[in-house]
Design a protein. Structure first.
Length: 350
């Protein structure tokens, strides 16, 4: 390593010193041993050729540039895909591949966001190859393909929001080698933070924000001088400019659990391994019941007469089973969460 980077209080290099551990060669070779189902040992060799000629997009007119973490994509894809406060977004290639291995449905939606119809078959084919397993370096990141119906419908609206795939795994300055005793997940998180550091060094004007719901990743990013926000914190920050921001924000039970007793694994479908039955995380009362008991008919009638209670038909939101609304005369009452809904479904008189 070189010695031109800044040091922390103990004199050790930090993740922000991206110029000090850049691979010297353009060809990286790694190998490891893997045990097959037939109890044989196979040696796997991976060869990667790194580029030097990739330049960042200037992001003209942007106040901030968002770098997405895998965690935020897996759990907040509705917010990313449909909320207008999410724009000028960098999707590291590491994130794209992690999402592909975890959830193909979310991966397809993320790829659709990163494509824009051009009408040029040749250019569309180039970008399609860049988003595949072994992409060529991004030469025309602003162009995309509309080969799927979903991508075609989203293409025109995504032009203004500008989603980009950054090929960090094939760029010498952002390539990260896995260290001894380091898990693959930790290595990928470090690679994503490296992308944020690189953009911070090369983009003048916009603020670089790392969006992550991973507590450990956020703490490491903040320790090295990055601006890292959770999805909920980012939505609150954008509300003055986008009053409707956060309508697609997913309600995550594990955020509260992590705040009370440390980081916990998410129980969402996106993070549940295949073949493992997902358990719902409900808090039971002392008598063992999950939901509060319904009121008796006499109590409901008395409450309606005294105008302590209001009655109306429940209408569930189109895109989620956790939010609904009830029209009580001229007023609309929002109902959110499983406990508040209390087993009611669309059309019930509540």
């Amino acid at each position: 390593m070189g010695g031109g980077g800044a040091t922390d209080g103990a004199g050790a290099l930090t993740e922000a010193d991206i110029t000090d551990d850049v691979p010297t060669g353009s060809r990286q070779l790694s190998s490891w041993l893997r045990k097959t189902r037939q109890n044989k040992v196979r040696k796997i060799v991976r060869e990667v050729y790194l580029r030097d000629d990739i330049v960042p997009d200037p992001f003209e007119g942007a106040d901030q540039v968002l770098v997405l973490d895998t965690n935020i994509v897996l759990h907040q894809i509705d917010l990313i895909a449909e909320d207008e406060c999410i724009n000028h977004v960098v999707v590291p290639y590491t994130v794209l591949q992690e999402v592909r291995h975890r959830n193909m449905g979310i991966y397809s939606r993320l790829r659709a966001l990163c494509r824009v119809e051009t009408g040029n078959v040749k250019d569309d084919k180039i970008v399609e190859e860049e988003l595949n397993e072994n992409p060529a370096p991004l030469a025309k990141a602003k162009q995309g393909t509309g080969d799927r119906e979903k991508a075609k419908e989203a293409a025109s609206s995504r032009n203004a929001r500008r989603f980009y795939v950054f090929p960090n795994e094939f760029f010498r300055e952002t390539y990260v080698e896995r260290m001894p005793e380091e898990s693959q997940n930790d290595r990928n998180d470090r690679a994503i933070r490296r992308v944020a550091h690189w953009y911070r060094r090369h983009i003048v004007g916009p603020e670089i924000l790392l969006l992550t719901d991973d507590r450990a990743c956020k703490e490491k990013a903040l320790a090295d001088g990055l601006t890292a926000l959770r999805a909920r914190d980012f939505v609150e920050r954008m509300r003055p400019k986008f009053p409707d921001a956060g309508e697609k924000l997913a309600m995550r039970d594990d955020e509260e659990e992590a705040g009370a007793g440390g980081a916990t694994a998410s129980k969402s479908p996106a993070s549940t391994p295949r073949g493992v039955k997902r358990k719902d995380t409900f808090t039971r009362s002392g008598d063992g019941s999950v939901y509060p008991a319904h009121l008796k008919a006499s109590e409901v009638e008395a409450g309606l007469k005294e105008k302590r209670l209001f009655q109306g038909a429940l209408r569930m939101h189109m895109n989620t089973c956790l939010h609904g609304s009830v029209m009580c005369g001229t007023e609309e009452v929002e109902v959110s969460g499983r406990l508040a809904l209390n087993r009611a479904i669309d059309g019930d008189i509540v």
